[in-house]
Design a binder for this molecule. Structure first.
Ligand SMILES: C[S@@+](CC[C@H](N)C(=O)[O-])C[C@H]1O[C@@H](n2cnc3c(N)ncnc32)[C@H](O)[C@@H]1O
Length: 157
């Protein structure tokens, strides 16, 4: 299985980005992994919030392959402990799917079309985080999940 984090927004040279790269590199020892960034829409000042969400939704859906299983990072989604999230990853691998795509939305979240295409929603907290922080948190949790599955000394209960 391959895991892709699909995110709307900018890449920048912030300290967060550096940390994301650290976990990205670590994760690649366990699984095929990629972070795919869809650049911000240009001229979005002319768009209403609904129009921007719609357009971002089209860009997200255009990236998907028929073999992708799409899960959304969404504050209204299901919350997991890290142990349960590790089991979630294991179950996805056991199910034989080729590709798990974890999507992070833009400033106004996901369009209805994206929700309709998704197979589930995961919440990292009831609080709202910036898309950049969500990138870091999810990549660290995926890494943590694999260390749990391998019984490696990273996660302590
Ligand atoms: C700035 S937030 C958008 C918030 C927007 N009000 C919404 O309804 O989703 C940008 C993206 O970060 C992700 N995100 C933010 N907080 C999250 C959380 N607590 N759990 C999971 N994903 C989150 C979601 O993918 C969201 O679309």
């Amino acid at each position: 299985m391959q895991i892709t984090i699909l995110a709307i927004g900018k890449t920048d040279k912030s300290e967060l980005e550096e940390l994301i790269t650290v976990y990205e590199k670590r994760l690649k020892h366990y699984i095929k992994f990629q972070l795919e960034i869809i650049p911000d829409i240009k001229n979005r000042k002319n768009l209403s919030e609904a129009q921007q969400k719609e357009k971002e939704g089209e860009l997200i859906l255009a990236q998907l392959q028929p073999t992708d299983t799409l899960i959304l990072l969404d504050e209204k989604g299901k919350q997991y402990t890290s142990m349960d999230f590790a089991q979630f990853l294991q179950k996805k691998m056991n199910s034989g799917i080729k590709s798990l795509v974890l999507a992070i939305g833009g400033p106004y979240g996901f369009s209805d079309a994206v929700y309709a295409k998704s197979s589930g929603k995961i919440s990292l907290s009831k609080m709202t985080f910036s898309h950049q922080m969500v990138r870091l948190f999810i990549v660290e949790q995926i890494y943590r999940g694999f260390t749990i599955l391998r019984n490696e000394p990273y996660h302590h209960q």
